[in-house]
Design a protein around this ligand. Structure first.
Ligand code: NAP
Length: 269
């Protein structure tokens, strides 16, 4: 099986990567291949896993990810840095088991030369403005829903609902739902300007379009990536027909993962 190691450059991640390289080189079953891997082992935290996802974006339907966390939150990462040999053993006995999660499909139309881009996000995409209030019309299924004014809007996947979305009071959505969530960032609400004021969750048959009123100075983010310098005409968001796959050698229930990440130690009484 062809395996790639995608690591951040922290000290503990580099140490884990060296252990992985040595173990894979000794293995009769595993082979290092960073160009056309079947399994990508991300070593770091969720930020590293997001980078690995974008790095291997073109191969996303063919690969499965495994995450080792090295002292970070590690929401997406099931393995600890002390578990390299257990992970190698699971890889050597792999039988293709996987779990998949929905992705966000982002269609951006630029206003400078009629070009467009299709992007994908694992966590979320946001639209903000670098100088002042972000103003945009928000459409759901091509029907005008509201005129937004505020810091910005955050459109997230279910697994991204625990990330940036959570900081804006968005709901946590189980990834068993193919849904996208739109959360407001500091909207302006008074007699003159009005937004819904609560997060909106839409099903896979529907889509959301944002049309910013000023095409310049808008900042579009896609996970940790940014589109800064191109005037945006409109952005449409929907659930992608592609998904991300993780090798499922051990199962951590989603709600247990949420509880471990955000609540921590608990007592029953
Ligand atoms: P970062 O600012 O260095 O780290 C953001 C934090 O979010 C890290 O603790 C990261 O975990 C955690 N995280 C990432 N994805 C998560 C998920 N799906 N569920 C729960 N926590 C998650 O940024 P980064 O490492 O480059 O990651 C980019 C992501 O950061 C963005 O996609 C966005 O969701 C998030 N972000 C959040 C805020 C906020 O909450 N105010 C602001 C900016 C960006 P690790 O420690 O394991 O890496």
């Amino acid at each position: 099986m062809k395996v790639s190691i995608y690591s951040n450059d922290g000290e503990s991640s580099s140490k884990v990567s060296r252990e992985l390289y040595n173990a894979i080189n000794k293995s009769k079953v595993l082979k290092l291949d960073s160009f056309n891997p079947e399994i990508v082992i991300s070593v770091g935290g969720d930020g590293t896993l997001l980078s690995a996802f974008h790095h291997y974006g073109d191969l996303i339907s063919k690969i499965r990810f495994v995450g080792i966390h090295t002292g970070h939150l590690g929401f997406y990462t099931d393995w600890r840095d002390s578990e390299v040999s257990q992970l190698i053993n699971s890889l050597e006995h792999d039988n293709g088991q996987s779990v998949s999660y929905p992705l966000l499909d982002i269609q951006v139309d630029y206003s400078d030369n009629g070009e467009s881009d299709q992007l994908f996000a694992l966590n979320e995409s946001t639209l903000k403005k670098s100088n002042g209030t972000m103003v945009a019309k928000m459409y759901i299924k091509d029907q005008l829903f509201e005129n937004f004014r505020g810091d910005g809007l955050c459109i997230s996947t279910p697994t991204g609902s625990t990330a940036y979305n959570k900081s804006f009071g968005g709901a946590i959505i189980s990834p068993k739902f193919d849904a996208i969530q739109i959360a407001e960032m500091a909207s302006i609400n008074n007699r003159v300007f009005r937004t819904l004021g609560s997060p909106v969750i839409i099903p896979p048959t529907q889509w959301v379009t944002l049309v910013p009123s000023a095409s310049k100075y808008n900042i579009l983010t896609c996970d940790q990536l940014m589109v800064l310098d191109r005037p945006i005409k409109s952005i449409s968001y929907r659930i992608s027909d592609k998904r991300i796959y993780f090798a499922k050698y051990r199962h951590t229930n989603f709600w247990q993962r949420v509880s471990n990440s955000f609540i921590g130690d608990k007592t029953d009484d």
